[in-house]
Design a protein around this ligand. Structure first.
Ligand SMILES: NC(=O)c1ccc[n+]([C@@H]2O[C@H](COP(=O)([O-])OP(=O)(O)OC[C@H]3O[C@@H](n4cnc5c(N)ncnc54)[C@H](OP(=O)(O)O)[C@@H]3O)[C@@H](O)[C@H]2O)c1
Length: 256
């Protein structure tokens, strides 16, 4: 359907050196978007960009540390210089602090996780909305990558879960306040998919019993996120703002 086409759109993706962001870049480029990939591990970003460009799609890779305000502004500037106004911002960069409860969590864990998962996402939303205004764009579109830990509780993911719950709330507040600037903001809350962020749990002894709590009895795969991603990034979701789409095989509906 044309509504889901990303042709001619420019999408910037944070945290695109591995995992979801790496995958999203390929999906959005295949749908016709010019994609801009940012992360700290520039070698991995460059390798992904080469793969996408080699198959005839369009990608640009840039070094980005979302915790650094200057790096973030430079990232958006360089994306605009290459492709013009940014149609979609995907706030995907995220970290966890290891298996830590609220008691085990140290100040530096809290700062690392909250600065990356929450403060950086806010800063990107702010800088992006300013650009939408300066460029007098017809609209702006933000997609935040949250997590089901925003909705259910799990021991040992303290700062991570708190950051993701706040990211969902941030999405709702930006939907409210950003409408005035024609900026939409939605989120995806994925369940568990094996990447570096989830490896600790999914490769632990607990994994076998944990998966039994998922009604669909399996962990997610990257491709499970493609539909929701294309919906939120494209004009197919033009009347959606403030929504968080849960993609988890029913995990948050598990029996108490
Ligand atoms: N895997 C899951 O089960 C799951 C479930 C729900 C939500 N999520 C969320 O999905 C997102 C992607 O995570 P993932 O699972 O794909 O794990 P991942 O493979 O570890 O990807 C995390 C990405 O974030 C980037 N990143 C971290 N700190 C950064 C910084 N300061 N500046 C720029 N980029 C930074 C990393 O790149 P560099 O290290 O190269 O900078 C990497 O590309 C995260 O927000 C995560 O919370 C994951």
């Amino acid at each position: 359907m044309d509504q889901f086409s990303m042709a001619g759109k420019t999408v910037v993706i944070t945290g695109a050196s591995s995992g979801f962001g790496h995958h999203f870049a390929g999906v959005l480029a295949a749908a016709g978007a010019n994609v801009v990939l940012g992360a700290r591990r520039i070698d991995k970003v460059a390798a992904r960009v080469a793969e996408i460009n080699d198959r005839g799609d369009v990608a640009l890779g840039l070094e980005l540390d979302v915790r650094d305000a200057e790096s973030t502004a430079q990232f958006l500037d360089a994306a605009e210089t290459a492709f013009g106004p940014i149609d979609v911002l995907v706030n995907n960069a995220g970290v966890e602090a290891g298996a830590k409860t609220y008691l085990d969590t140290e100040e530096e864990d809290w700062d690392y996780v909250l600065d990356t998962n929450l403060k950086a996402a806010w800063r990107l939303c702010k800088l992006y909305t300013e650009r939408v205004q300066i460029n007098q764009q017809a609209g702006g579109n933000i997609v935040n990558i949250a997590s089901i830990t925003a909705y259910r509780t799990i021991k040992g993911q303290f700062s991570y879960a708190v950051s993701k719950a706040a990211l969902v709330k941030m999405t709702e507040v930006i939907a409210l306040e950003g409408a005035k600037y024609r900026v939409r903001a939605n989120a995806i809350a994925p369940g568990y998919i094996l990447t570096d962020v989830s490896r600790l749990l999914l490769e632990s002894e607990r994994s076998e019993s944990f998966v039994k709590g998922i009604p669909m009895r399996r962990y997610g795969e990257f491709k499970d996120l493609d539909g929701p991603l294309l919906l939120l990034c494209s004009d197919a979701s033009s009347y959606m703002t403030g929504s968080t789409i849960v993609v988890d095989g029913g995990h948050i509906c598990s029996e108490l």
